[in-house]
Design a protein around this ligand. Structure first.
Ligand code: 13P
Length: 256
């Protein structure tokens, strides 16, 4: 982390878990546990159907709400899709874009990710853009090259002043939900590569200001070490975010 230049962000990705009727109890437990976390932006990203409940439950707290996906289209005949303006109108501030589960299971390409980033930025939503390599790609030694390409394609035609709204999350696919984490040095190195890509596209000041998160089996035990890396500015948390106590412990680690 480097708080002098950028925000620390801890975001919960609930994926397709929990229930609308359980949101209030979750929020009532999380809010007091994170009330002192002044140095850390906290975001909770539930499934679409739970967004209104999450916004309501965290109103008058420091915790913001994010969606897990959005459409690249503005409006119209796109059954099952949700637009950026619908999210913004509801009071959503962040949106996860290009999660590896969307890429792998639903065929989202780098270019689709780019379209979604533009859609989010048009409505002033803050994209949390996910990139990361598979186990096979890591073994063949193409991680830096692949992640650089993902970042460059995702950011195509994003103007410099909008880049300030973007958060990038490095999530090695082999570490997601597996209990295997990247070593803090490896994760820090890839986050450093991502920052140098941003530097090559937007210059040193913008690169210094962009928050880059790590995601993949992050928990209260490994958070401190991962966050001690200078280029890791926070975390995108899956499994451990489903328990308010476990999630708050990661927020605590980030707030040190
Ligand atoms: P886990 O923390 O469950 O590994 O998930 C990480 C993730 O995919 C967050 O987006």
């Amino acid at each position: 982390m480097n708080r002098k230049y950028r925000h620390t962000v801890i975001a919960a990705n609930w994926k397709m878990n929990l229930l609308p009727s359980k949101v209030k109890a979750y929020a009532d437990e999380l809010k007091p546990l994170t009330a002192q976390a002044k140095w850390c932006d906290i975001v909770v990203c539930p499934p679409f159907v739970m967004l209104p409940a999450v916004i309501k439950a965290f109103r008058s707290s420091r915790i913001s709400t994010g969606a897990q996906n959005l459409s690249d289209k503005e409006s119209g005949a796109f059954t099952g899709e949700v637009s950026a303006s619908q999210l913004a109108d509801l009071g959503v501030h962040y949106v996860i874009i290009g999660h590896s589960e969307r890429r792998r299971l639903y065929g989202e390409t780098d270019s689709a990710v780019n379209g979604k980033i533009h859609a989010a930025l048009r409505e002033n939503l803050r994209p949390i853009v996910c990139v990361g390599e598979s186990e096979q790609e890591r073994e063949t030694g193409v991680t830096a090259e692949l992640v650089s390409l993902q970042v460059k394609t995702a950011l195509r035609d994003v103007p410099a002043q909008k880049m300030r709204r973007i958060i990038i999350a490095y999530e090695p696919i082999w570490a997601i939900g597996t209990g295997k984490t990247a070593t803090s040095e490896d994760a820090g190195a890839v986050c450093g590569t991502i920052r140098s890509v941003v530097r090559s596209l937007y210059g040193a000041r913008t690169a210094r200001a962009v928050s880059i998160l790590y995601g993949g089996s992050m928990n209260a035990r490994n958070a401190c070490e991962l966050l001690s890396q200078p280029d890791i500015d926070g975390g995108l948390i899956g499994g451990a975010s489903l328990s308010p106590v476990d999630f708050a412990a990661i927020v605590d680690a980030a707030n040190q």
